[in-house]
Design a protein around this ligand. Structure first.
Ligand SMILES: [Mg+2]
Length: 129
């Protein structure tokens, strides 16, 4: 079963993304900011992908990405950054810091799934097998 960590300070957004992922067969953990996510990742469970909100208190998406990309334990974990339209200018910074892909809010379930497939992760087509 593919494994995802959803990191967002909005509980509603975590639920939305989590439900979409569970719907295509993912096991999902959640964290409310980058710092809580780092703590979560210390449990030794390997995650296929982290979906990372850009704007969060305590530790934002950029600092989370930099931290994860400087730690070889997480080199196989894909990082999908989620920005709002007003943060669109940050996409280049996210990719430069080591994000693999990005998604702009608001997004459809189909767009989320196609981004996962772009990363070589399980999407709808492979999820129901
Ligand atoms: Mg946020």
């Amino acid at each position: 079963m593919p494994n995802a960590l959803v990191i967002d300070d909005s509980r509603a957004m975590r639920m939305l993304i989590g439900d979409a992922l569970r719907g295509i067969g993912y096991s999902v953990d959640e964290a409310e900011n980058g710092s809580a996510a780092i703590f979560r990742l210390d449990d030794g469970v390997s995650r296929d992908v982290a979906l990372v909100d850009w704007n969060m208190p305590v530790m934002n998406g950029l600092d989370f990405i930099r931290t994860v990309r400087s730690d070889s334990r997480f080199r196989h974990m894909r990082l999908l950054v989620i920005t709002s339209e007003t943060e669109a200018g940050q996409v280049m910074n996210a990719l430069a810091a080591g994000a693999d892909e990005y998604l702009m809010k608001p997004f459809s379930r189909e767009t989320l799934i196609s981004k996962l497939e772009m990363l070589g992760l399980q999407g709808l087509s492979s999820g129901t097998a």
